[in-house]
Design a protein around this ligand. Structure first.
Ligand code: UDP
Length: 263
């Protein structure tokens, strides 16, 4: 599939113009960053795994009626997506205390929360993505009250879906981050899920041992980062046990292909 000129390069992905108006190609890099890009590394094979995991999750969400930007996977590292105007917010859902909430509220990592909570952060690297309130969002016009309601409702539905999906794979969903975008069609605008859903933006612990299988392996120097991601992919049934999933030539043997022709 012909990809057009590069329009954006982020920390873990590159966006190119797509083959048709209203589409983009999202390329998954192996680059990893943490602590507002102060820590950097190239994790060989990460991009391939995130492409596959995100495809699998987005297709599952579409099936339960949550609109996403995902159209189809093109190859090992690229997917065709809908062009959206990104809402400049990170929407975090938490089930268990970990990461920044521990410091903020004096909680112990692993403490269950009284209920799932949704938080908003303003996407601005210079400011270190500060946490903000709904009033900040409407005061500065980053999203409308209706859009905030929609994001909260979608975020909780995504949480229910993902919690079940991962529990069936013997994985505990601790927290995760979502991004949304506005899709313009004629004179209509609708909010859809954008970005990616992968171990880069989720905390995923083994249900029994609590072993960390997400980007915290990189943040905390726990080693074998890509192996953690690969284990997530294997357990979800995206990769076969004997399948490394990182070779760009032969590629993984697809076992659960969501109705698409195997690549
Ligand atoms: N997260 C993310 N991108 C960010 C900040 C957070 O994907 O820029 C994810 C993170 O991986 C975790 C959740 O959002 O699953 C909550 O992160 P937290 O606020 O605890 O921040 P952290 O401690 O990861 O900096």
């Amino acid at each position: 599939m012909a990809r057009g000129k590069q329009i954006y390069e982020g920390k873990a992905k590159i966006l190119y113009e797509g083959p048709e108006p209203g589409t983009l190609i999202q390329f998954f890099k192996d680059d990893a960053t943490a602590f507002n890009a102060q820590k950097k590394a190239v994790l060989e094979g990460k991009g391939v795994l995130n492409n596959r995991i995100s495809e699998f999750v987005m297709l599952g969400l579409e099936r339960i009626g949550i609109p996403t930007h995902f159209i189809k996977r093109i190859n090992m590292r690229e997917q065709l997506i809908r062009h959206v105007e990104i809402v400049p917010l990170e929407v975090v859902v938490r089930n268990v205390a970990a990461g920044s909430i521990c410091k903020r509220l004096g909680l112990k990592e692993g403490d269950p929360l009284p209920r799932s909570v949704v938080e908003f952060y303003y996407k601005d690297d210079k400011l270190g993505d500060p946490m903000i309130s709904e009033d900040h969002i409407t005061a500065w016009g980053w999203a409308s009250p209706q859009e905030i309601d929609d994001m909260m409702a979608y975020a909780l539905r995504v949480n229910d879906y993902l919690s079940g999906l991962f529990a069936a794979a013997h994985i505990r969903l601790i927290d995760f981050k979502l991004e949304f975008g506005r899709q313009y069609e004629n004179d209509m605008v609708r909010l859809i899920l954008a970005d990616e859903i992968s171990p880069d933006g989720c905390r995923l612990w083994d249900l029994d041992t609590g072993e960390v299988m997400d980007k915290d392996r990189f943040r905390k120097d726990l080693g074998d980062v890509v192996e953690g991601y690969r284990e997530v992919a294997r357990r979800l049934g995206v990769l076969r046990n004997d399948d490394e999933g990182t070779g760009d030539k032969s590629g993984p043997k697809l076992v659960r292909n969501n109705g698409e022709a195997p690549s």
